[in-house]
Design a protein around this ligand. Structure first.
Ligand code: HEC
Length: 100
């Protein structure tokens, strides 16, 4: 009986941690990425169009999105030292979720 309760509590904690992560990714995205990639990821902003930012729907499946966000690419700024590795993972998974 006790064991069942413990499993339930652990599952609830794991779930709320992943919800909090998704929220952190969304906040980082809005403050750091949306001006170029657009709030919807489609890059239909002034800066997005001027810099020919690709829409999330056109991201190439083989590209390492975490590496590109960390190191930058062309006009895409590098976030090394500006965001932590876990923050980069969160924000990239948020961006990917916009493409679905
Ligand atoms: C100053 C505008 C700008 C900002 C801010 C910006 N990006 Fe970009 N991003 C670009 C451009 C331009 C490209 C295309 C680079 C290329 O292929 O030459 C790009 C490409 C990317 C790619 C690669 C897409 C692919 O198909 O390989 C990812 C992933 C990405 N950005 C994520 C992010 C994330 C996450 C943030 C916020 C932390 C962010 N970007 C902020 C301009 C920006």
């Amino acid at each position: 009986m006790n064991r069942m309760i413990r499993i339930g509590v652990a599952a609830t904690l794991a779930l709320s941690a992943s919800v909090a992560m998704a929220q952190a990714g969304a906040d980082t995205y809005k403050s750091k990425c949306a001006m170029c990639h657009g709030a919807d990821g489609l890059a239909q902003t002034g800066a997005g169009k001027a810099m020919k930012v690709p829409s999330v729907k056109d991201f190439k499946p083989g590209d390492d999105l975490i590496a590109i966000t960390t190191d930058g690419k062309g006009k895409m700024p590098s976030y090394k030292g500006k965001l932590t590795d876990p923050q980069i993972k969160e924000v990239v998974s948020y961006l990917k979720s916009l493409g679905k």
